[in-house]
Design a protein. Structure first.
Lengths: 706, 128
């Protein structure tokens, strides 16, 4: 990749560098602030970044860089050698001041301090023996991998393992040399190293780089936490200057150590032309930047995929293991291959106890409590799961408790399309079943009760029919009885009243005054008896709905005058004034004349009967819709508490009066019922001791009659 | 000449009371205790009017009225029902059966003759 970049951009870059380089050359190094200081630097073996050269001198890119900085800053460097892990420990304990080649991580930031300008950028690459088939991350599954202990690679591999769901063995080694040696000896399947070490050492050990490149990281010097020697600011400042100048020791160091290719090419160009060498270095760096960009992009994609895969895997695991459903997989021979956590808890088995065992005899009883053979049902499901896609059957818990499960069965096909497994997802519906059973039982009870009730209703209806028949026949009997009684009572009364009248007329010979007086008493009693019979007959007819109204139109005035005339003799006898205010002779009324007159005469009789002095007034008004015929008196009046019961049958006010005022107590109730039948009404206003006014309302038109 | 009235009435007191009253008022009175007897007497005597009770033994007043009307020579004689039947429809029924008038029992002796007179035809051919 560096080669391609070089070819395409070399012309333009050469021109560019020709302008830039003189400017860089003019820049002065910054003044030193920490002169004469001794800085202890950790050394470990990670060529070419840092290592101990054959003659015991620390070497490598980081040594070149820190020595250049030390020169600028006037530091005296002392080196403390050890493994990578020892170096980190020493730095943490403050036994050294600087540890080179430390990748920045958030965890490390907690115990170390870093400067800002990276010394190098590195990425990691998996190396494997030349014959290895490892090509992708997934190929690492089940492999053993050598990794630098306490390195960022170790963490990176742990993340990959988790993200891809891979399992591999990590073998910690103290340094890269040991790593490559052990890999070359075949002690592991692969190792992970950086882009600096790998290319330099792979070939000679018969190892190769794989396509697995990941986790680019920036490498820094690290100080103990808080940078107690105040070294980091100086490092950044100087590093920035070094990176600006292509002729600086920084680029010299890179070109010397980075790769064979560069190492090979640079010496042929550099001594001859400084500018050309700078250009080559720059191109190499640019190539590195491009590569890094691509790696970054690819890494981001991978991370995204990892996240998605991880999330989906997590979701599946949660769903299957923690779902509040039983998730069961079983082979066509009826053996359990998987039971999720919920299912294990539900049935009361541990995973190792249940997996591999047959369904029948563990969670499936041989036969259901209903008698269904479940062994053959399981066999049927395993032959044709689709027919049993939804299946409710009884299961059994380890403790013997029977439960009802609603199963959904799906076939898991093998590569040939045959049945590999059956996936069964079940919900416990025992409670529901019980409720349904209870509901069925209650329904049955209800049905039985309903039957009993229906039976009773039928019986009661039959009784009622009989009772109704009886009542109806009793009613017919009553009507017949009334008719007969009416006749039978009137027949002797006819004689009594007839003979009394004949004798009082003197047709049977003259009567002396005492005889005349007594005959009048007989006549009065007979007439009263007749009135009683008539009232009882009327009430009976009304209650038997046998009273018929026969309408006709007649003149209202003359009718009222006739009624007034009937009570006049009694009024005169009692010394009561009878005032009659009748309408014009032309005023016609349409109603039942006989019943209308019965009502009016009843009211007039009452008024005269209950009035000792003063007057009785019969009047008629017309409110446009109805005729209002009123009978008012100046009699004893009616107490307010008596008014509501006034029109009820057999009600006569104040029984003490009955001796004085003869009557059946039926008159007013007959009046009200007659008026109801005629579409009219009756009302009363009264004040005890001052008198009463009864008002009869009769519709003017026949159409107003109900 | 006095008008002769036929009273068909099974109650002796009632018959005597009406008979006495009518005789005192100048009528000749014939009596029959049953419907059949009444029809026979009507055929024989051709009364000016027949006072007919409804409730009678064997043949009731409705049937008697109907029978009387069937005889051509009797059809013109006014029949006045005198009855204590007071249920609704009684009046209509007896008028439909052929009665000319209807007087409810108990009768009013002061107005009875007057009520009766209005049903008697002044030029009745059966006057004796």
């Amino acid at each position: 990749m560096a080669n391609q970049g070089e070819k395409s951009f070399s012309g333009a870059l050469l021109l560019c560098l020709a302008l830039v380089c003189p400017i860089l050359a003019l820049l002065q190094p910054a003044p030193a602030f920490t002169e004469g200081r001794t800085v202890r630097v950790g050394v470990y073996e990670n060529a070419p970044k840092i290592f101990t050269a054959a003659y015991g001198k620390p070497s490598g890119i980081f040594i070149d860089v820190i020595e250049a900085i030390a020169r600028t800053e006037g530091w005296n460097l002392t080196y403390v050698s050890g493994t990578w892990a020892e170096g980190l420990d020493r730095l943490e304990q403050g036994k050294i001041d600087l540890m080179p080649d430390v990748a920045y991580t958030a965890d490390r930031e907690k115990i170390f301090s870093f400067h800002a300008v990276p010394v190098l950028s590195a990425w990691f690459q998996i190396y494997a023996p030349r014959t290895s088939t490892i090509q992708s991350i997934l190929d690492l599954n089940g492999k053993s991998i050598l990794v630098l202990e306490r390195s960022v690679q170790e963490e990176a591999l742990a993340r990959i393992s988790k993200g891809f769901g891979l399992t591999f063995t990590l073998i910690n080694v103290p340094d890269y040399d040991t790593m490559f040696e052990r890999l070359a000896r075949g002690e592991a399947d692969a190792c992970i190293t950086n882009r600096f070490y790998g290319p330099m050492h792979a070939k000679k050990l018969g190892l190769k780089d794989t396509a697995i490149i990941f986790e680019p990281s920036d490498l820094f010097f690290a100080t103990p936490k808080g940078d107690p020697q105040h070294l980091l600011a100086a490092i950044d400042r100087d590093l920035e200057e070094l990176k600006k100048d292509p002729n600086s020791p920084y680029y010299h160091s890179l070109s010397r150590w980075v790769s064979e290719e560069v190492r090979f090419r640079l010496p042929s160009w550099l001594p001859a032309a400084g500018a050309a060498a700078g250009a080559a270095l720059f191109l190499s760096l640019l190539g590195g930047v491009l590569l890094k960009y691509q790696v970054n992009a690819r890494t981001r994609d991978l991370q995204k995929i990892n996240q998605v895969l991880g999330a989906s895997e997590q979701k599946y695991r949660e769903l299957v293991m923690l779902a509040n459903s039983i998730i069961l997989r079983w082979s066509p021979d009826g053996r359990i291959t998987f039971l999720n956590e919920f299912g294990q808890r539900f049935f009361g088995y541990f995973e190792e106890e249940i997996v591999g065992r047959p369904l029948v005899g563990t969670i499936v009883p041989g036969s259901e409590s209903t008698g269904r053979d479940l062994s053959s049902m399981i066999a049927a499901i395993s032959h044709d799961p689709e027919s049993f896609e939804r299946n409710v059957n009884e299961n059994v818990r380890r403790n013997g408790e029977r439960v009802w499960i609603d199963w959904t069965n799906k076939m898991v096909p093998d590569e040939q399309g045959g049945i590999k497994e059956i996936l069964s997802i079940g919900s416990d519906i025992t409670a529901r079943k019980k409720s349904e059973e209870e509901i069925r039982r209650l329904n049955e009870d209800l049905r039985r009760h309903a039957e009993v009730l229906e039976q009773r209703v039928a019986e009661r209806t039959a009784e009622l029919v009989v009772a109704k028949d009886r009542a109806e026949s009793a009613d017919r009997l009553k009507s017949a009885f009334l008719a007969t009684m009416s006749h039978e009572l009137r027949t002797p009364l006819n004689s009594i009243i007839g003979f009394t009248g004949i004798m009082l007329q003197g047709l049977a010979g003259p009567l002396n005054p005492e005889q005349q007086k007594q005959m009048r008493m007989v006549q009065g009693s007979a007439r009263h008896l007749l009135a009683l019979i008539n009232d009882v007959l009327d009430i009976s007819k009304i209650e038997a709905d046998q009273l018929e109204i026969s309408m006709s139109t007649f003149a209202l005035g003359p009718s009222l005058e006739k009624m007034a005339a009937l009570v006049t003799p009694l009024a005169v006898k009692k010394g009561i004034e009878l005032v009659v205010e009748v309408p014009e002779p032309g005023e016609m009324i349409t109603t039942d004349p006989r019943r209308f007159e019965q009502v009016v005469i009843n009211l007039l009789n009452n008024a005269v009967k209950f009035t000792e002095k003063g007057r009785v007034c019969l009047a008629c008004r017309d409110d446009g819709k109805d005729y209002l015929v009123s009978v008012s008196d100046t009699g004893i009046g009616i107490a307010p508490e008596e008014l509501p019961n006034l029109f009820q049958a057999f009600h006569q006010i104040d029984t003490g009066l009955s001796r004085k005022h003869e009557g059946t107590g039926l008159g007013l109730s007959i009046c009200r019922k007659l008026l109801d039948l005629m579409g009219g009404g009756i009302s009363v206003e009264s004040e005890p001791g001052r008198g009463s006014t009864f008002t009869v309302r009769i519709p003017k038109r026949e159409g107003g009659i109900a | 000449m006095k008008d002769t009235l036929l009273i068909i009435e099974d109650n002796e007191q009632n018959f005597y009371m009406m008979s006495f009253l009518l005789q005192k008022n100048g009528f000749a009175v014939l009596g029959a205790g049953s419907g059949l007897e009444g029809i026979e007497m009507a055929l024989h005597h051709r009364p000016a009017a027949i006072l007919l009770d409804i409730q009678l033994p064997e043949m009731d007043g409705y049937a008697v009225a109907a029978q009387l009307k069937k005889h051509q020579e009797l059809a013109h004689i006014p029949i006045i029902a005198v009855t204590s039947y007071a249920m609704s429809g009684d009046r209509e029924r007896i008028l439909a059966a052929g009665a000319t008038g209807y007087i409810e029992k108990p009768i009013n002796p002061e107005t009875f003759v007057m009520e009766l007179a209005q049903y008697l035809k002044p030029d009745s051919p059966s006057r004796e």
